[in-house]
Design a protein around this ligand. Structure first.
Ligand SMILES: [Zn+2]
Ligand SMILES: [Zn+2]
Length: 370
């Protein structure tokens, strides 16, 4: 969304008294993904990460060490935290999060080849931090996704394909300099601007073209430690990172006690776009609501409705400015509660901001002509 769009959209009509709650999902499961441990270049063990996830109130995490599944044997429930172990395929550029595979992909292959290999083996995946832009003295390499024509396997039909629309570390470290590094460490909000406009535009274009793509936020947690004159500092411990981007899954049942079943629930919700990402450092958005109704059916994120007459969208998040986005453009904005009827097909999603900070991005609800 362009900055101008936030200002130019006009508020919708007041929410009617018959404001209703959707009943398609009953359970919300908060989790984080894109996490590195001592197996690759993170500073924490699996125990450290689980402990931090528990303290942050997360119910599931996906560990994605670089080119490794070394912790796979330890996947499963660790107390009340479901640990899923996957991999970040890590060539020099073009990083890719591959899910549900039992072997490590060869990161020397071209991006299209390792993506095809992931799907051929029954997995699926997501492009990581596609839009890193500038190197700096703290981050000498830019890990962009080079070819934005590649977004999934060659045979894409029927497969879940994902895009990391918001990578917290990429966002925070963009534009880092010797002058702003300390203020940004002390107050990370100074460095976070949300998903880049180019990433959101790419994501919208894919969904508008019928190439359904789920979006999510990655913390890219490393808990890196640096030597300083008085000892060692840890930049963004896991616990702190888990207080930033969480992905809230919209489920019909709680995560199962059987870890294999629960893992499939997480994959299914993520892959279908039944989730939204929120920066919890802005505020707790777990209870945010966004749904659409054609009068007969109610749809939440990831679902499709067919347009007969009009579709009514409703959203609610206390303390937020809400933006209903249609095909990449702000259609309407409202404070805390939004209600709007639309008579056009397209890709509809919700963004929320608070005190001018990016807060929440939902996966889209798709409206197709009947
Ligand atoms: Zn990466
Ligand atoms: Zn990473």
């Amino acid at each position: 969304m362009r900055a101008d769009d936030y200002k130019s959209a006009r508020s919708s009509s007041p929410v009617p008294a018959c404001y209703t709650q959707p009943m398609t999902s009953h359970v919300r499961a908060r989790g984080a993904l894109h996490i590195h441990t001592t197996v690759s270049d993170g500073s924490g063990t699996l125990e450290d990460v689980v402990c931090a996830a528990h303290a942050a109130g997360l119910q599931w995490i996906i560990i994605t060490d670089h080119n490794s599944l070394a912790l796979r044997a330890r996947a499963g429930w660790h107390g009340d935290v479901l640990v899923i172990v996957d991999q970040e395929v890590t060539p020099a550029r073009n990083h890719y999060l591959a899910f549900g595979l039992d072997h490590v992909l060869d990161h020397h292959m071209t991006p299209q080849a390792f993506i095809d290999a992931a799907y051929a083996a029954g997995g699926f995946g997501a492009i990581a931090h596609p839009d890193e832009m500038h190197a700096n003295r703290f981050k000498p390499d830019v890990y962009r996704w080079d070819d934005w024509h590649i977004d999934g396997p060659c045979e894409r039909a029927g497969h879940a394909c994902g895009l990391e629309i918001w990578n917290w570390m990429s966002d925070w470290s963009e534009g880092l300099s010797r002058w702003n590094v300390l203020p940004r460490v002390m107050n990370p909000a100074l460095g976070t601007r949300g998903p880049t406009p180019a990433t959101l535009a790419w994501w919208d274009r894919l969904n508008m073209a019928g190439r359904r793509t789920f979006g999510f936020g990655g913390v890219d947690a490393h808990a890196l430690r640096y030597r300083v004159p008085f000892g060692q500092v840890e930049i963004f411990p896991y616990r702190r990172m888990f207080g930033t981007l969480v992905n809230v899954l919209l489920l019909t049942e709680p995560l199962a006690a059987d870890a294999a079943v629960a893992t499939r629930q997480v994959y299914a919700a993520l892959g279908a776009g039944r989730s939204f990402v929120a920066d919890q450092s802005v505020g707790d958005a777990t209870g945010a609501r966004f749904w659409a109704s054609d009068g007969a059916h109610v749809a939440e994120c990831g679902a499709t409705l067919h347009l007969h007459d009009s579709i009514r969208f409703e959203a609610a998040l206390p303390g937020a400015w809400l933006y209903l986005i249609h095909n990449g453009r702000v259609m309407v904005q409202a404070r805390e509660r939004l209600a709007h009827s639309a008579a056009r097909a397209g890709v509809y999603r919700l963004e929320a901001r608070r005190r001018n900070r990016p807060w929440l991005f939902t996966n889209p609800i798709i409206v197709e002509d009947a």
